[in-house]
Design a protein around this ligand. Structure first.
Ligand code: GLU
Length: 550
């Protein structure tokens, strides 16, 4: 009896691996083309770190004329949720990330290197496991959970390294005939890799982001095929990334310690290993100390959060590129109006230590991004957002489409556009005073220096009766406010007032603030002249009269 008999007994139907090697040939791509993949579990949840990785994957493949694959790692069927795959596909799409190959909806995929869901690749993994068994590089392990627990307890008591390795690997040396007899007897088993590594030897490895790293060799006989016939992550990673001809595995830092094992698996399987790039974990600053962004504690860990808040995808992508690559910021400074697709990402400029996620900075980036949008685009995006998250506001926008675009166009499309909107959920608060039905609900005026009601009424009635004309251009309009100021005992210019504060009740700014607050309830708004133009004569007069008459 030999290893072949054992392999045939365990996987009688598995094909020879040459079949798959031919079926998935080396890709014919131009020199330097990168084949990358994002490989989430179908939990429906995309972590901000996953988005970060897939932006990098997508970009590197695009700029090198390579291929970006979306593969679904569903070998842990306990973690799956219904529609988990479409939520991932759509979640990525929200950020403009569309794979060239792989899973494209719950039940569809494209590309010649599939299936792209691991649960549908069972026979492929088994073929490779069979080949390892034939070479004596994998074996069945019959350990029960109790036996494994016993090993662990002994190791702990003796304070030695935990795991299934060396002398602890109970079934590693089980004679072939005994293994075969056990299988024939119906004993339960899984398949383990037979590591040839030694803990006291080191391996050197060059990570594309972290640079040179050194680790002890792997010596763990890890499980490669579980009791349900599906592979573990490690084994599937080696088989899939080899057969999909992935050139660059970009994944989170938490996997870097698996490098010795992965390199050993690739070698045992006769595969050329890919280049690895381990991205820094995205951290959060909490009272001065850094910790990982956590799915449990931080709403911003899930990319759906950005969507719900109405932070445009462009802004999130731009911000993540910012923390990904040190060369992004200077590029953006030099090219303020270029599309991010023109930025060339460089793996060797990736940040190595944990990047801190800064919401304030993200919102700042977002304000900038939005400031460059047209009013029409802001209208559409806000409406899309509101249709999902604020139906009432959506109705208001829909019923006043042209007017809303005019409102949103105030101080836009200029050299210095307004930057007061960071997310679609801010829009309502920022413009609601422009709509009668909303304005009528707002009765808290933020009057400033001039807060005496009689004085305010006096200023306003003179303004309406003697100075206000909607057809004035901006200079005439402002000159009239100066005239009004003078009439009421306020300086025409701030300078004059400052030079002689005793001589005046205040200055033109105080007077225009009265008009601003009255029309908007706020003292901080975009350009008052533009606001009045958009509100129109009737509304301006009505709002002021209503106040005076009260
Ligand atoms: N399914 C693994 C995860 O979600 C993929 C890791 C990898 O990119 O290799 O963490």
């Amino acid at each position: 009896m030999d290893f072949n008999d054992l392999a045939e007994l365990i996987f009688p139907d598995a094909k020879d691996i040459s079949y798959y090697e031919e079926k998935y040939p080396v890709r014919e791509l131009k020199e330097g083309a990168m084949v990358t993949r994002f490989a989430p579990s179908p939990t429906g949840f995309i972590h901000i770190g996953g988005l970060f990785g897939s932006i990098i994957d997508r970009k590197l493949a695009q700029q090198s004329e390579g291929v970006f694959i979306l593969r679904i790692e569903d070998t842990d069927q306990k973690r799956e949720i219904e529609n988990g795959v479409s939520q991932i596909v759509n979640g990525l799409k929200d950020f403009g990330i569309i794979p060239d190959e792989g899973v494209i909806s719950e039940n569809e995929e494209k590309g010649n290197y599939g299936p792209y869901k691991q649960s549908e690749r069972k026979e492929i993994y088994q073929a490779y496991a069979k080949s390892l068994i034939k070479q004596g590089l994998a074996y069945p392990c019959f350990c029960t959970p109790e036996e494994l627990e016993e090993i662990r307890a002994k190791q702990e008591a003796a304070k030695i390294r935990p795991g299934y390795y060396g002398v602890w690997a109970k079934y590693r040396t089980l004679p072939l005939d005994e293994a075969i007899a056990k299988i024939k007897n119906g004993d339960k088993y899984i398949i383990r890799f037979k590591s040839q590594g030694r803990e006291d030897r080191k391996i050197k490895h060059k990570d594309s982001i972290k640079g040179n790293i050194e680790f002890p060799e792997n010596d763990q006989d890890i499980v490669i095929i579980k009791a349900d016939g599906l592979p573990t992550y490690h084994f599937a990673h080696a088989v899939d990334d080899h057969l999909m001809r992935v050139t660059h595995v970009i994944r989170g830092d938490e996997w870097v310690s698996s490098i010795p094992l992965h390199l050993e698996l690739f070698r045992a399987l006769g595969f050329k290993p890919p280049k690895y790039a381990h991205t820094a974990t995205i951290m959060k600053d909490e009272n001065g100390s850094k910790r990982k962004i956590s799915k449990r504690k931080d709403p911003e860990a899930a990319v759906s959060y950005y969507h719900e808040q109405g932070i445009p995808a462009d802004a999130v992508v731009e911000y993540l590129l910012n923390i990904a690559n040190s060369s992004f910021e200077p590029w953006r400074r030099g090219n303020p109006n270029k599309d991010i697709s023109e930025f060339k990402l460089e793996l060797n400029k990736m940040s190595v230590s944990g990047a801190v996620f800064d919401m304030v900075k993200l919102l700042d980036v977002s304000k900038n991004v939005i400031s460059k949008y047209t009013a029409e685009r802001i209208y559409e995006e806000t409406l899309n957002w509101a249709n999902k998250y604020d139906k009432e506001f959506a109705k208001l926008l829909e019923n006043n489409k042209d007017y809303s675009i005019k409102v949103l166009n105030i101080e836009r499309g200029k050299a210095k556009p307004r930057k007061d909107i960071a997310k679609w959920s801010d829009v309502k608060e920022s413009i609601k005073y422009m709509y009668e039905e909303e304005f009528n609900k707002m009765n808290e005026y933020e009057f400033q220096k001039i807060d005496n009601k009689e004085e305010i009424k006096d200023i306003l009635s003179s303004y309406i009766d003697n100075y206000f004309d909607i057809s004035d251009d901006k200079d005439t309009w402002f000159n009239k406010i100066k005239d009004l100021s003078e009439e009421k005992g306020y300086a025409r210019e701030v300078k004059e007032y400052k030079a002689n504060p005793e001589g005046y009740k205040g200055h033109v700014g105080d007077v225009s603030t009265v008009i601003r607050v009255l029309l908007t309830t706020r003292h901080n708004t975009p350009d008052l002249y533009e606001i009045m133009q958009v509100l129109g004569k009737e509304t301006v007069v009505n709002r002021i009269r209503k106040f005076i008459d009260n």
